[in-house]
Structure formats: C-alpha cells, structure tokens
Design a protein around this ligand. Structure first.
Ligand code: NDP
Length: 360
C-alpha cells in the first residue's frame, strides 16, 4: 500500500484554504461553486500561485502576506526562527493561521535552497535583513551579510532550482546617499554613506547582474521610507508617535531626537507592498523607484503628531548629540514617475493621514 505523502497533502490543504478564501471574497460561498463544477474547482486549485516571503514577520512582510492572501495566493513566509517567533504583526493583521511559516537562514545557501525546494514558489519577495540604518553603524557585518549574502543565495538558488521563479528585492533610497537636494530617479548613481546603504547598493547590483547574465526575472523596488502602525519603535517615526502618546497620557518624559532638519519621503506601507506585487506582474523585470515624490522635514512629522494630540511639540522635544549619526543624509528626495508610468501605481496617503493612522 502506498504511504500517504503528508507534505503534499498539507500543501494541497493549504492551497484549498487559499482558494476557498478567494472564492468567498468573490462569490460568498466557495462550497456552492465546488458542488456545481468540481473539475473547474480542481483545475483552479492546481493553478493557484504560490509566494515565498523571506522576512514575513516584519512590517512589509506582514502587509504583503495580507495582500497576497486577498489575491488568492498560497503564502509561505520565512523567519530565522519560525518555531520561536511570536509573529505579532501577522497576529495584529489576524492572518497568522492563514500563512505557512518555515525557518530560513538566508546567509546559509543550503537553508535557502531547501526552503525554495520545499515551498516551490512562483514568486519570491526578499525583504529580510538588519533594516535599521542607525544600527548598521554598530553591526555592519550583520547588516551587509544579511542583505548582500542573503540575496546572492536567493538568486543562486533560483538559478539552480527553477529559473521561472520571479524575484523581488527590497532595495533602499539610502543607496543614493546625498543627492544634493535633487530628486533621485532610476538613473541616479549610488553613493552609499552607511553600512546599510552599502549593503542595499551591492544587493541591487547583484540583482541587476543575475537578471542580465542569467535572464532571471529579478528586480529591485528602490523603496523610500514607508510607515505604518507595524513599524518597530527603533525607527524614528514610531518613536515620535509612541513617545507623544505617552506624553499626552501624562508621562513627564521628553522626546529625545537627533537632527530635526532632515527631510524624508514618507509613504504608507500597505500601498508599497502593492507596488512590490505589481513589479512581479510586469512583462519585463525592471528596477523602479517607489516613493510619494514629496519630502517633508522630521520637524514637520513631529509637529503634525503633537498637533493632532493637541500639544505644542516645542515643549516636549529635546535634541541630543548622541543621536546624531556618523554620516546622515540631510535631504532624501524621489522622482517616482516611472513607477506610475509602468505600474499605474501612485502613493495616495498624505503624511497627515499616515500620522493619524499611526496614532489610532
Ligand atoms: P523589518 O525590520 O520590519 O523586517 C525585516 C525582517 O528581517 C525582520 O522581521 C526579521 O525577521 C528579519 N531580520 C532582521 N534582522 C535580520 C538579520 N540579521 N538576518 C536575517 N533576517 C533578519 O523591515 P521592513 O518590513 O520595514 O522592510 C522590509 C525590507 O524593505 C527591508 O529589507 C528594508 O531594509 C527595506 N526597506 C524598508 C523601508 C521602510 O521604510 N520600511 C525603506 C527602504 C527599504 P525574523 O526576526 O523573523 O527573522
């Protein structure tokens, strides 16, 4: 008697769950469709797309998982420790039970290859790594290895395992360095000024190189800052929001910040994951700038936050020398017109609306 292939059965059940979810959102009753046309149902089940999100526990990974589930994908996600992680972002979005979690060490080629063989994705989204610019000055080796070696392992595994898999890589505006107030576009050269920026620049070049040399469908979304309630507090926007809320609630603390005159192009994270998905649905892979096109000063972000809470920010903020970085970008500016032309994608939420969402 043939033994049951549990892995295959599990994968089938997961696909069925994703497909039922899709049918429910479209028609209301998945089972009635199944009763009418079982063969069509089974055919669609086989055609369901599967995505592997490397770094699903983070802000973007969680929103992307939510988006792909809504689109009917079978979603796999990696974490360095899938058994031990709490996946609070997936829990907040109420989708933890809908995704399939596996452990992966992206710096270990074997681990990446085994993960891809097991999950058999149509699309891979590479988001994982040490993502704080500030921390990258303290932990440069971890930052560079997690991004550069990580994407190299993914590209190499795709090249060896299945060249039809499409790869999205999360690049960063930090790679441009100081553009002297000019808006960066896809032709602006990289001049990285931090270990984080250097890691993102080299990872982007690796993606370009594998696309050109092996004709892989691989591309980088050069992402400018994007925020949401899922942003960890080590990032300045969430630090401002959480501290301001505590002060509004009666805390006597001060909000300690470095430079207030830095400008950033801040967008809304759930919109940015839509751009990631759109990039993999194109005919040809291409690197694109993903941004709002409007830069605002950190001082404005702080002022909007405190004003929305009915307070005067000047009475609550203290500037601190030790929060100044060894090298910091003063102005970060973007020209996202190509993303609009190619994807029809445009950032919609204003900074005021983003602050409101983060405060709520
Ligand atoms: P997060 O920091 O929220 O998530 C990144 C995930 O990577 C974590 O959840 C963690 O997962 C994993 N990770 C952290 N450190 C390491 C490490 N040393 N080695 C391997 N994995 C690690 O990032 P975001 O969701 O905000 O961003 C997603 C991607 O987009 C990142 O690559 C980021 O650099 C890039 N980006 C983000 C921008 C933004 O404004 N948010 C702007 C520009 C680029 P776990 O602990 O489960 O392993």
């Amino acid at each position: 008697m043939r033994s049951v292939d549990w892995k295959c059965l599990m994968s089938y059940q997961v696909k069925q769950k994703s497909f039922d979810r899709l049918l429910s959102s479209k028609f209301g009753h998945p089972s009635s469709v199944f009763c009418l046309r079982p063969s069509v149902y089974l055919l669609f089940l086989l055609l369901l797309k599967s995505a592997l999100i490397i770094g699903i526990s983070g802000q973007d990974g969680s929103y992307l998982a939510e988006l792909l589930l809504k689109k009917g994908y079978q979603v796999w996600g990696t974490s360095r420790d899938a058994q031990g992680g709490s996946f609070t972002n997936l829990q907040k979005l109420n989708i933890k039970s809908e995704v399939n979690l596996i452990s992966m060490d992206q710096e270990d080629f074997r681990s990446v290859l085994v993960g891809i063989k097991k999950t058999k994705p149509n699309e891979i989204y590479f988001l994982a790594g040490q993502s704080s610019v500030g921390l990258s000055f303290e932990q440069p080796a971890e930052t560079i290895q997690s991004f550069t070696l990580g994407i190299l392992n993914v590209l190499e595994a795709v090249k060896l395992e299945n060249r039809d898999i499409k790869v999205y890589h999360a690049g960063s505006s930090e790679a441009f360095g100081d553009t002297q107030g000019l808006a960066a576009d896809e032709l602006t050269p990289f001049k990285p000024r931090s270990p984080y920026a250097l890691a993102k620049a080299s990872a982007t070049w690796l993606v370009d190189n594998y696309r050109e040399a092996y004709q892989l469908f691989a591309c980088t979304g050069i992402l400018f800052n994007h925020e949401s309630p899922l942003r960890p507090e080590r990032f300045v926007t969430q630090k401002v929001i959480q501290t301001a809320k505590r002060i509004a609630g009666g805390s006597s603390e001060k909000l300690e910040l470095g430079r207030l005159d830095i400008s950033r192009d801040w967008g809304w994270a759930p919109e940015y994951v839509e751009a990631m998905w759109l990039m993999l649905q194109q005919e040809q892979p291409e690197d694109l700038i993903i941004a709002t096109g409007t830069s605002r000063k950190l001082e404005e972000f702080v002022a909007i936050t405190f004003t929305q809470l009915g307070m005067n920010w000047r009475e609550c903020v203290e500037q601190s020398e030790h929060l100044m970085r060894p090298t910091d970008l003063i102005v970060s500016k973007a020209n996202p017109s190509k993303a609009f032309a190619k994807l029809g994608w445009k950032a919609e939420k204003t900074l005021e609306e983003i602050v409101t969402e983060m405060l709520s």
